[in-house]
Design a binder for this molecule. Structure first.
Ligand SMILES: Cc1cc2nc3c(=O)[nH]c(=O)nc-3n(C[C@H](O)[C@H](O)[C@H](O)COP(=O)(O)O)c2cc1C
Length: 166
C-alpha cells in the first residue's frame, strides 16, 4: 500500500450537523458498550464529528486531523500496562493523530477496583491532556447528558477569542 493510501484523511462515522466545533474519537471492542454510549449521545447533533478507531488490523487506519476528545474503554484486567487497547495505542503512536488530542474520557467496570478506568489516567499522563470524565460500561442517561454538555462547553470555550490585554 502506498504512503498516500495509509495516510488518507478518514471520514467521520457520524458527521457533524453544520459547521463542526470539534470531534470525538472512540474505540469499542466486539462487546460494543462504548459504541452504544457514543451512539446514544448523538454528538453529531451538537456539531461534533465522531470517528471510530477500527477494531481489526486489516481495516484502514484512522487518520484524524482536527481537535478531538478520546473516549476509550479500559482493558487489561487490572494490569496497567495492558489497560489501553492496542488499537488505541497504535492510533496515538501516529504523531499526526496524537497532536490533536485535547482530552480523554474513559470507561470501565468498577469490579476492577483500583484499575477502574485507568486507561484514562494513563493516556492523560502520556499525552498531557485532562482526564475529563469516567463512566461504567455503556453509561447512564446522566452520563450521556454530562458528556454531551461537557463537550459542548469545552469546544465552545475553546473557540472564544482570548480577551485583549491592555
Ligand atoms: C478482558 C477484559 C478486561 C477488562 N479490564 C478492565 C480494567 O482493568 N479496568 C476497568 O475499569 N474495566 C475493565 N474491563 C471492563 C471494560 O472496560 C468494559 O466492559 C467496557 O465497557 C468495554 O467497552 P467496549 O464494549 O466498548 O469494548 C475489562 C473487560 C474485559 C472484557
Amino acid at each position: 500500500m502506498s504512503e498516500s493510501q495509509t495516510d488518507a484523511l478518514s471520514e467521520p462515522l457520524y458527521k457533524a450537523e453544520g459547521a463542526a466545533i470539534g470531534a470525538v474519537v472512540f474505540f469499542s471492542s466486539a462487546s460494543e458498550n462504548t459504541a452504544r454510549f457514543v451512539d446514544n449521545c448523538d454528538f453529531q447533533d451538537e456539531g461534533i464529528n465522531v470517528y471510530r478507531i477500527p477494531l481489526r488490523p486489516k481495516d484502514p487506519a484512522l487518520n484524524v486531523r482536527e481537535p478531538y476528545v478520546l473516549i476509550v474503554p479500559t482493558y487489561g484486567g487490572g494490569s496497567a500496562h495492558k489497560a489501553v487497547p492496542t488499537q488505541v495505542k497504535q492510533f496515538l503512536n501516529n504523531p499526526d493523530n496524537r497532536q490533536y488530542i485535547r482530552g480523554v474520557i474513559a470507561s470501565g467496570n468498577s469490579n476492577f477496583g483500583e484499575a477502574y478506568c485507568i486507561a484514562g489516567d494513563i493516556i492523560s499522563a502520556k499525552c498531557k491532556v485532562p482526564f475529563m470524565y469516567r463512566f461504567e460500561l455503556m453509561g447512564t442517561p446522566e452520563d450521556r447528558t454530562a458528556v454531551r454538555q461537557g463537550l459542548l462547553d469545552f469546544y465552545t470555550k475553546a473557540r472564544e477569542p482570548v480577551a485583549a490585554t491592555v
